[in-house]
Design a protein. Structure first.
Ligand code: ZN
Length: 222
């Protein structure tokens, strides 16, 4: 296993793009891996490819349509609107894709192993986790142990955003010199609009509020 290589689970959104540049600073060779899982906005894969090209990192795509077909959720089902918030009686929004991070990270680990990579990077965050159980630190730690036991390897899962809120994630992008790239080239919006997005879906709101908070803090410091 090569300590200079890392694989980033990469969607082309704000979080994983920030992680991609974080990984570029921390490791000599960085690989980005995206997934096509039947998401409504498949163009996010092409945006991801373009960001990876700009970042100068190797890019790969895995086709895993099974994940979209297994569960019933608003990210893959075109007949379902995306909830603005967690519905009464539910534990998380209908944009939750059950098992997604479990599948993605497991597949990423197998892929990484083939390439002699043991560092995995994911943009999950417990701070703004919106009720998604597989974004929590306890899950990632548990999975890290499981992957090592499953393949008798020494994977290390890095989660640079785990304890950052959205404003702090923008601050990290700025520190890495990619605030403008993250702002204009990434896709976070549930309605599939890159950059500042549609402005009203939950993902856009979270992203914009974080950016406004960060820019306010930055301007006070100047
Ligand atoms: Zn939006």
């Amino acid at each position: 296993m090569n300590k200079n290589k890392a694989l980033v689970v990469f969607s082309g959104g704000q979080d994983s793009t920030t992680c991609l540049f974080w990984a570029k600073r921390a490791f000599k060779h960085v690989y980005a891996l995206s997934f096509r899982y039947g998401q409504k906005h498949e163009k996010e894969v092409e945006l991801a490819r373009e960001i990876a090209r700009k970042a100068g990192v190797d890019f790969g795509v895995m086709d895993v349509p099974l994940i979209g077909r297994l569960g019933h959720n608003a990210l893959t089902d075109t007949s379902m609107p995306m909830d603005e918030q967690i519905p009464d009686g539910a534990f998380c929004p209908n944009t939750f894709v059950p098992g997604r991070n479990l599948f993605f990270l497991s597949i990423a680990a197998v892929y990484a192993r083939e390439q002699g990579i043991n560092h995995l990077v994911t943009g999950v965050s417990q701070t703004d986790y919106s009720g998604y159980p597989d974004c929590r630190d306890s899950f990632i730690r548990s999975l890290n142990v499981t992957l090592n036991l499953a393949m008798d390897e020494q994977f290390v899962i890095h989660t640079p955003l785990m304890w950052l809120d959205k404003a702090e994630t923008w601050a990290l992008a700025d520190e890495l010199g990619v605030l403008d790239l993250v702002r204009h080239d990434t896709l976070t919006c549930y309605n599939g609009i890159p950059g500042d997005g549609c402005g009203h879906c939950p993902a856009c709101k979270l992203r914009r509020e974080g950016l406004e908070k960060y820019l306010l803090m930055k301007n006070k410091e100047l």
